[in-house]
Design a protein around this ligand. Structure first.
Ligand code: PA5
Ligand code: NI
Length: 194
């Protein structure tokens, strides 16, 4: 997230639910298959997609609310429907850099799974539908997987100081992968954790 100017006044933005766009918006961050090459498991499928021009997996929009006292951020994420080698489109997933920082996610469109995991491998999967609001406690990595056929849109609220730490997820992934098998989402143990 880039630096935003200090503004001590109340700010409201307007969310367009079907697209996840909100106005005004400070920053747009597109993530393609090439940005997730360490996240998806099928390396041949990743290479083929990148060779044929890459594909957009999700978009993040941010509004950092910076004041002279404490700073929060609003983010919306739109994960498009699709798979890479049978693995559903998903966010990279991360821990917060600061171990005292929680977050709230609110699913407003689509269906999917919120995966949560500690560094010790404690794993929780939450089925998502529009209206689900999830608290992510400090020290739980979090990733959202779109298992449906429409764009999955969710709102995130967190402290700007939380920070994003992708290192362990890049190295080992989440404990379970969510793959499409006979048209159904299926949890499969990730070999990098076994
Ligand atoms: O801060 C958050 O947790 C979200 O805004 C995420 O950054 C966003 O959903 C994209 O996920 P990731 O940062 O894991 O790529
Ligand atoms: Ni987060």
């Amino acid at each position: 997230m880039k630096n935003a100017p200090v503004n001590n006044q109340p700010i409201s933005v307007k969310l367009d639910i079907p697209t996840g766009e909100f106005t005004p918006c400070m920053e747009l961050d597109p993530r393609k298959v090439s940005h997730l090459s360490k996240m998806f498991s099928d390396k041949a499928a990743i290479e083929e997609i990148i060779r044929s021009g890459d594909r957009l997996v999700y978009e993040i929009r941010y509004y950092p609310f910076i004041t002279d006292h404490s700073d929060m951020a609003l983010g919306t994420t739109v994960i498009f429907p699709g798979t890479v080698g049978g693995e559903y489109y998903m966010t990279k997933g991360h821990f917060h850099e600061r171990n005292d920082q929680p977050e709230v996610y609110h699913c407003v469109q689509g269906e999917g799974v919120l995966q949560l995991m500690t560094r010790q491998g404690e794993y929780v999967a939450v089925k998502w539908e529009p209206g689900t609001i999830s608290h992510i406690p400090p020290q739980f990595a979090h990733r959202v997987v779109n298992t449906g056929s429409v764009p999955l849109v969710f709102v995130a609220v967190f402290h700007v100081a939380a920070g994003h730490d992708y290192a362990l997820i890049e190295e080992r992934g989440f404990k379970y992968m969510i793959l499409e098998k006979n048209g159904q989402p299926t949890e499969v143990l990730n070999p990098r954790w076994s």
